[in-house]
Design a protein around this ligand. Structure first.
Ligand SMILES: Nc1ncnc2c1ncn2[C@@H]1O[C@H](COP(=O)(O)OP(=O)(O)O)[C@@H](O)[C@H]1O
Ligand SMILES: [Mg+2]
Length: 138
């Protein structure tokens, strides 16, 4: 599938999301990346909340995901990619709308993450997979 260009900055850590515990580890890592850039607690919490939703979607809907966490020091921004090779998202506008879930969620994950992040992009191809990119300024 079409992929977004390489993430800005340098690799901080990467994780394979296969279990609930992996989600926990990866979200902690995003917090540490924000700490490394001197983020205020509120900004760190906002980004960690956003990525938690995306990592969980990658596990539940994507069947597992690869997470890359980058730090871009010049702009004091943490960038995250969450890629899976799951079923993809047929109707992106519907998936982003509040209250829509194809499963048993609250349907607020994607839309909420988009609102919380300073940058947000999704590429998805049905039958191929999904790439979600987020950024948070420290
Ligand atoms: N990585 C993904 N792969 C496939 N479908 C996804 C993915 N992420 C989200 N979706 C679809 O978008 C819908 C909305 O996601 P979200 O807003 O997080 O709500 P919820 O997780 O509560 O269902 C999901 O129900 C699912 O159908
Ligand atoms: Mg969700």
């Amino acid at each position: 599938m079409r992929r977004l260009p390489p993430l800005p900055g340098t690799l901080f850590e990467s994780y394979e999301i296969r279990t609930e515990q992996d989600i926990f580890r990866a979200r902690q890592s995003v917090g540490r990346a924000m700490d490394a850039l001197g983020a205020k607690v509120i900004r760190k919490t906002r980004l960690v909340t956003a990525v938690s939703e995306i990592f969980r979607n990658g596990l539940i809907y994507g069947g597992g995901a690869l997470v890359l966490i980058h730090c871009h020091n010049a702009t004091r921004t943490v960038w995250i990619d969450c890629c899976d090779d799951g079923p993809g998202i047929e109707d992106m506008a519907l998936a982003l709308s509040d209250g829509y879930t194809s499963g048993s969620g609250l349907g607020r994950g994607l839309g909420g993450a988009k609102r919380l992040a300073d940058a947000f992009e999704v590429l998805s191809e049905p039958g191929i997979g999904t790439q979600v990119r987020l950024a948070g300024r420290a």
